[in-house]
Design a protein. Structure first.
Length: 252
């Protein structure tokens, strides 16, 4: 079930008041979909706020007194797994940011936070959050965004069909689960991403079988099937004949 919201609520956590004010103003100027609704000076204060407030995103500094960003992230992942976490880090703390990603933190931002970096993180956040929530004023634009994401996936597969494409990894790069990408793809294209990719590959394989002197194995490799048995099996499933028979029939 998709929950309708006016905006995504952000809890901003940093022991430096001026930095909180600066980041809060930057957030307000970049994307109306996000709003800083709560602030805290350390991890313990943040956890108290999370008990009372509805928060969708926590942006927290790694280096804070009382409870630092990594400790806070562990607590949030344990008690509030739906909340997305973005950590603020300096260059000297970069190794901690990498550790945070391994702990399940959504992303990180290097300080001082730039417009470009924050916009990039917000884009990924919106993709992820749109799977669970829908902004009241954004239903039409969300539909346009979904179509654009599907168009991107289509273009990517058309350009890279000869490579080892992992649909799960493609979905993840767009901020989607494989199931959600499949749902969107089926809605706009009429078939699953895997079936669409296979169709591209078989179409190109047919062309190569008739127009080139490549061996069956080489044709398979050229269209993304390094294993000849798998290529022949897939080709037969879609054409009702194996590659050799198809080539022979086409050249007669």
């Amino acid at each position: 079930m998709t929950i309708k919201l006016e905006h995504y609520n952000i809890l901003l956590v940093d022991d430096e008041y001026l930095l909180r004010q600066s980041v809060s103003r930057l957030i307000g100027s970049l994307d109306e979909a996000f709003k800083v609704t709560s602030e805290a000076a350390n991890g313990e204060e943040a956890l108290e706020i999370l008990k009372k407030e509805s928060i969708h995103v926590v942006i927290a500094d790694i280096n804070m007194p009382v409870m630092n960003g990594l400790e806070l992230s562990k607590k949030i992942r344990e008690h509030y797994p739906d909340i997305l976490i973005v950590l603020l880090t300096g260059f000297a703390e970069f190794s901690y940011a990498q550790e945070a990603i391994r702990l399940g933190v959504f992303d990180y931002l290097l300080k001082p936070v730039s417009d470009e970096d924050l916009s990039s993180v917000f884009y990924k956040l919106r993709l992820k959050l749109s799977q669970r929530y829908m902004l009241g004023e954004d239903e039409a634009s969300l539909g346009r965004d979904s179509k654009e994401h599907v168009d991107y996936a289509v273009s990517y597969m058309q350009e890279h069909y000869m490579e080892d494409i992992d649909i799960g990894a493609l979905a993840d790069s767009m901020g989607f689960t494989p199931a959600y990408l499949t749902k969107l793809f089926s809605r706009y294209v009429g078939e699953t991403p895997l079936k669409f990719l296979t169709g591209i590959r078989i179409h190109e394989a047919r062309r190569l079988l008739l127009e080139s002197t490549l061996t069956i194995k080489e044709v398979g490799e050229h269209v993304g099937y390094p294993d000849q048995f798998h290529f022949s099996k897939t080709f037969r499933k879609y054409t009702d004949m194996n590659p050799s028979a198809y080539r022979k029939q086409g050249l007669e």
